[in-house]
Design a protein around this ligand. Structure first.
Ligand SMILES: NC(=O)C1=CN([C@@H]2O[C@H](COP(=O)(O)OP(=O)(O)OC[C@H]3O[C@@H](n4cnc5c(N)ncnc54)[C@H](O)[C@@H]3O)[C@@H](O)[C@H]2O)C=CC1
Ligand SMILES: O=C(O)[C@@H]1CCC=N1
Length: 274
């Protein structure tokens, strides 16, 4: 029997261990999109946080039957503490999803006994359904992969990736929003340096990035072609692009940026190995 003959799997009841900035963004969008019903979600946090109405939260996992899915969304540094407290109780859960940066599937499998373990790497715009979620699992069968894909699709673009590339994907897409926020601030600051009022420069930079990203997403040509469309020969955009392109300045800066993040992910993977 191949995977496609197996019955459909659905994700209805979910427990989240840790639900802060990222777990909260995912949960808000799952509930807003109707993928999860608030009454079917239990959250374990160190202290109560503002969560969507109807979601239960406590300091411990619930008693009673295990859910369809457990999501680990605390910090990677809290992995051993959480495993020590909850691994026994979570034993046999059908699926465990971890969003912990750098922590590999076998590091999770060494601590938790689940039907399948899936690594997920979301990014912050998942909170508005415009994020990216990278996924990997060697233990999930096709039916579970399909069910997880469906749940994650409410958050944005879903891509299954090679485990060897997970650190790179984390650096590009997981960390990427922070790099873009720096770019927006830097673009605004450059406008201020040219004499614009700060609040106006902030508005202009943000709207320029928003509109440009939406246009690029809808275009049938790559971003480089769009850049050339903005730049008339010998015009002012070309003069600015010449600065970014000289010695591949921007490319080199971003290569170093993403490489530094990927290297830190690899370090965290090593710390979690046993
Ligand atoms: N913030 C981001 O943009 C992204 C974060 N991640 C990953 O998401 C995870 C969480 O990151 P954030 O949401 O930024 O952190 P956060 O600090 O905002 O949230 C962590 C949550 O875990 C809870 N927690 C801590 N120790 C706990 C324990 N022993 N038992 C139960 N709950 C516990 C805290 O109460 C808190 O609500 C990390 O593993 C990170 O690598 C992944 C992609 C992007
Ligand atoms: O830097 C962090 O801790 C997380 C991992 C990926 C994005 N943010």
């Amino acid at each position: 029997m191949d995977g496609y003959d197996r019955p459909e799997r659905t994700v209805t009841r979910v427990w989240m261990v840790g639900c802060g900035t990222m777990g909260g963004a995912m949960l808000r969008q799952w509930i807003a999109s109707g993928v999860l019903a608030p009454g079917n979600v239990d959250v374990v946090n160190r202290a109560d946080r503002l969560l969507p109405a109807g979601v239960r939260q406590a300091r411990d996992v619930p008693s009673g039957a295990l859910p369809d899915l457990v999501i680990l969304a605390m910090k990677p540094q809290q992995l051993d503490e959480v495993a020590g407290r909850f691994a026994e109780r979570l034993r046999g859960v059908p699926a465990l999803v971890s969003i912990l940066a750098g922590v590999e599937e076998h590091a999770l499998a060494a601590r938790f006994q689940a039907g399948a373990i899936v690594r997920a790497m979301p990014n912050l715009p998942v909170g508005i359904g415009k994020g990216v979620v990278a996924l990997d699992s060697s233990s999930a069968d096709p039916a579970l992969r399909k069910a997880i894909t469906t749940v994650m699709a409410a958050l944005g673009l879903v891509e299954w990736v090679d485990p060897a590339q997970f650190d790179a994907v984390t650096a590009l897409a997981g960390c990427g929003p922070a790099f873009l926020y720096r770019f927006i601030d830097a673009l605004a600051a450059a406008g201020v340096a040219q004499g614009l009022p700060e609040d106006q420069a902030n508005r202009l930079a943000l709207a320029t990035v928003e509109g440009s990203a939406l246009l690029a997403a809808a275009a049938d040509v790559p971003p480089g072609t769009l850049a050339d469309r903005v730049a008339s020969p010998d015009g002012s955009t070309r003069k600015g692009l010449d600065v970014l392109d000289q010695g591949q300045a921007l490319v080199a800066l971003l290569r170093a940026t993403v490489a530094a993040s990927a290297a830190r992910n690899a370090e965290m993977a090593a710390e979690a190995r046993r």
